[in-house]
Design a protein around this ligand. Structure first.
Ligand SMILES: [Mn+2]
Length: 429
């Protein structure tokens, strides 16, 4: 293959981070111990998969672009497991290049473990570079800088020197490019800072979803985290396998490494008239999810939504708890690829033909007409707001609450209307 080579780019392993998705009372029952243990170990299993993939693809090196550990005071367990995996890579002569990020900045505690010589952690004081040698030739050079502390607010991208045209150049950085929302704005920089830098490949970390920011001449890529750990990290998670040909052309392929995958099921209850119909609909969705994700465990947040005849029953706590327990026990096996129902949430409303009731000369009709009038009549709206003020003033949290906006009042009114209908018996069953 001449001067061609390949590497894997991963980031945000967050080893040993707590998995959010299983409540204390469930983990204490013992019934679901295999699930609790699996969720606790999932970042390590994903690491093993990442290393297996390096070996299988016989890559030349592995890049880890920050947040290898979840905490700067990294656990001994995480450090030992990580060292074990880097040894497997060392045995095959696969180099590992690491920059640290905001979660594992170098000011935290670290055990005095010796890592293989093939593992290099970049300095946190200046941009360093290291060569990748194949058959006596430097085929690539990797540049990087680590975080000395968590909250790095300067633009580290500007510290990278302009690389020579040869060999292929890679820059490693944990950073928020273009102030992506939902993430701390650490080592903030602009995409233009990276594109104009002369590097062939920017191996980024920090953003947990796989994102390709640029592909022409300069590749700018976030691989995303290698294992989802909360409902914010849904879908496939993994790393990027990069093959560089002799003529410098690049092939990048996303490769999943996760072993527990987060999902969201959004099920409308419209038309579901019986308990059996509801159970069947839920089972269909769960079964489909299992079919689409073979050999993977899953964690699912379920949300029932819309109007339907089962609304009132679903509002009953013990009905909902029984439903959740039934689904959990059915899908908690097989042990290897269970589906754990993280929670069952409701956004449902009673089924009712509101407009015809609104016109009827009944108590419900009066109620609905009054509710409509409140939305249109400024005097009535003022009275409602005045009524709510008592809540603001007397409640301990009241002083932290703003007065609701017009839009919020409309939403509250709509909710109150549905709640009122339900309480007044607007539905049978
Ligand atoms: Mn991270």
């Amino acid at each position: 293959m001449g001067k061609g080579f390949s590497f894997i780019h991963a980031a945000d392993l967050h080893l040993d981070s707590p998995f959010r998705g299983i409540s204390q009372e469930v983990s204490e029952t013992g019934e679901y111990r295999h699930i609790v243990e699996r969720l606790r170990d999932c970042t390590f299993i994903a690491l093993k998969r990442l290393v297996d993939l390096c070996l299988q693809e016989r890559v030349d090196f592995l890049l880890l672009a920050g947040d290898v550990y979840d905490l700067s005071n990294r656990s001994l367990r995480a450090q030992l497991r990580f060292r074990e995996e880097t040894r497997r890579l060392a045995e095959m002569g696969i180099q590992v290049f690491i920059v640290t990020g905001n979660h594992d900045s170098s000011d935290g505690w670290r055990a005095d473990l010796e890592f293989p010589e093939t593992v290099h952690v970049f300095s946190d004081r200046e941009v360093e570079s290291r060569p990748v040698i194949r058959q006596g030739q430097e085929v690539a050079r990797v540049y990087g800088i680590s975080y000395p502390r968590a909250a790095v607010t300067e633009n580290l991208a500007l510290l990278f020197p302009r690389p020579p045209r040869e060999p292929f150049s890679i820059a490693m950085l944990h950073a928020n490019v273009g102030s992506i929302e939902g993430y701390d704005n650490y080592a903030p920089c602009r995409l233009d800072d990276l594109i104009g830098s002369g590097y062939d490949y920017w191996a980024l970390g920090h953003i947990h979803s796989h994102t390709v920011l640029h592909t022409e001449f300069t590749r700018v890529i976030y691989p995303g985290c290698h294992q989802g750990r909360s409902v914010r990290e849904m879908g496939a998670k993994g790393c990027v396998l990069v093959r560089v040909a002799e003529d410098r052309s690049l092939e990048c392929e996303f490769m999943p490494t996760d072993n527990v995958r987060w999902h969201f099921i959004d099920l409308p209850i419209a038309g579901l008239g019986t308990d059996t119909a509801l159970l069947n609909a839920l089972e269909d969705r769960l079964w489909g999810l299992k079919q689409n994700n073979p050999r993977l465990a899953g964690v699912v947040r379920v949300q029932l939504n819309g109007r339907g005849p089962l609304h009132k029953r679903l509002m009953n706590n013990s009905y909902r708890t029984d439903l959740l327990q039934q689904l959990r026990s059915r899908y908690s096996t097989p042990v290897e690829d269970f589906v754990w129902i993280e929670s069952l949430n409701l956004n449902v409303q009673p089924e009712i033909d509101k407009e015809s009731v609104r016109q009827s000369q009944t108590l419900l009709g009066d109620f609905l007409r009054l509710s409509r009038q409140a939305a249109l009549d400024p005097d009535l709206m003022r009275q409602l707001k005045a009524g709510m003020q008592a809540l603001h003033q007397n409640h301990p949290l009241g002083r932290y609450l703003d007065e609701p906006s017009g839009e919020e009042m409309e939403r509250l009114l709509a909710e109150a209307e549905d709640l009122g209908l339900d309480l007044l018996g607007g539905e049978d069953g």
